[in-house]
Design a binder for this molecule. Structure first.
Ligand code: UD1
Length: 422
């Protein structure tokens, strides 16, 4: 468990190297299970979610060597051991391991996947896709999912009812090594999904994307290869925002503005000055920032993972009113009561919308992190609050998704320290 102390009031200055994307890394590592050959994946962040996944894969027989953001992996000797609940409940993407095991052994049993439970996260669409691919659901309860594939999958045309990252990945993983042509409509085109497709194509898959439709031609096998994961746009957005909230200037290095258009738009409306290059984003902000009404939605819209963090943009500013709409997850507002506790004026209007009215200041308090993005939202709140904030992060959520975060925040001027306690 972590107790994080933040002392507000410091300016932000310097540069920060953005790590590889958490979500891309998770799905690319999982998709490597479809190949039996040596693979090197570069730019993998050393964070808790990745380490949990690597533990799961080691139990499944993967040979893994993870050094300095380079992950060497070989999945030739995979078994169908049941992934234990204590591991699968820690990461949501354990559900994406199902296709590779099914394709190898015709059957799979995994403990129910978990992850950040900032709201109810159903798996009905995953189950629907498995059924669309003629996979039989043998058992589905709160503890286990057990599936069987009785014959090889051939030529399918499916429509995913609601755009979903995890479900799109499962549909891809089921198709790449099957027979014939697969048309998958209404897919997620988040950069992390495209990154996974690019990786799979690098090692021999034949996946084509036209707008929101995937056309996949099954191949006999996937090969080995080398691939560099894209940088984390959520981490980039977090650091850019830290500069707007605390004033100063910052270079985010090893990142790409291509996937941050909506995020940069919001920051510019708030008054920030932003310049971009091939592999960096520079931001400076020396005046009072303006609150911005924004909505999260599927890519290329504003990402839901930054919604709790960007709520900080709308807290301070004498009575100015703004709205935030969350269009992906039901009631993803676990950060709101904690911010109110610090003196923010926020009203939850519905399970999808909040109203922020600017106040003059917020104040350091003891506040409770309920999930990964909530934890980061509260850390940033602490950076501009008056006095000392103590963030109780019982789940060590922050470690799940941000590499070296305390070092990075300190290096740009933020006054932060933490203690682990038991
Ligand atoms: C992934 C990301 C997460 C991000 C989210 C949305 C990973 C490890 N996680 O999560 O960081 O916040 O995409 O960009 O990559 N849904 C259903 N039934 C299902 C599956 C999903 O109703 O069976 C709903 C969800 O409740 C949500 C929406 O679909 O309302 C989108 O969720 P989805 O894209 O599936 O999220 P994840 O893949 O779990």
């Amino acid at each position: 468990m972590k107790k994080i102390f933040v002392y507000g009031g410091n300016k932000v200055n310097g540069d920060v190297k953005i790590s590889g994307s958490k979500n891309s890394s998770l799905s690319i590592i999982i998709s490597s299970l479809l190949s039996n050959e040596d693979i090197l994946i570069k730019n993998i962040p050393n964070i808790k979610d990745i380490n949990v996944l690597l533990k799961i894969l080691k139990l499944l027989g993967s040979k893994i060597n993870f050094i300095n953001s380079n992950l060497y992996i070989n999945n030739k000797n995979i078994n169908k051991n049941i992934i234990p609940l204590y591991l699968s409940k820690l990461i949501r993407s354990s559900i994406n391991i199902i296709p590779s095991i099914l394709l190898r052994f015709g059957e799979v049993k995994i403990s129910f996947p978990g992850g950040c439970n900032f709201c109810k996260r159903p798996i009905d669409l995953h189950i629907k896709v498995f059924k669309d691919f003629n996979i039989k659901i043998i058992n589905l309860n709160k503890k286990y999912i057990e599936l069987k594939m009785f014959k090889k999958i051939t030529n399918k045309k499916i429509y995913i009812k609601k755009i979903s990252v995890g479900v799109t990945l499962n549909a891809i993983f089921l198709s790449v090594l099957s027979y014939g042509k697969f048309i998958i409509n209404n897919v997620s085109t988040e950069p992390e999904v495209i990154d996974t497709i690019n990786f799979l194509n690098t090692i021999g898959a034949n996946i084509n994307i036209i707008n929101n439709t995937l056309i996949i031609y099954g191949v006999k096998k996937l090969y080995g290869g080398v691939y560099k994961v894209l940088s984390d746009r959520i981490e980039t957005g977090t650091f850019l925002l830290s500069c707007v909230l605390n004033k100063g200037s910052l270079y985010c290095l090893n990142t790409n503005n291509k996937y941050l258009t909506k995020i940069i738009d919001v920051l510019k409306i708030s008054g920030a000055n932003i310049k971009t290059g091939n592999d960096y984003i520079y931001i400076s902000m020396y005046k009072k920032h303006k609150p911005v009404t924004f909505s999260s939605n599927v890519y290329p819209e504003f990402p839901t993972d930054l919604q709790p963090i960007f709520t900080n943009l709308n807290i301070i500013n004498n009575n100015k009113i703004s709205y935030i709409t969350e269009n992906i997850f039901f009631n993803r507002f676990s950060h709101v009561n904690e911010l109110i506790n610090m003196g923010a004026n926020i009203k939850i209007l519905s399970n999808f919308k909040i109203l922020c009215t600017g106040v003059n200041n917020i104040f350091g308090k003891t506040i409770y992190a309920k999930d990964l993005r909530c934890s980061m939202s509260l850390i940033l709140a602490g950076t501009y609050a008056i006095g000392q904030s103590v963030i109780i992060d019982k789940g060590d959520y922050i470690d799940r998704g941000y590499e070296n975060i305390f070092y990075k925040l300190k290096s740009i001027g933020i006054n932060i320290l933490y203690f682990n306690y038991f």
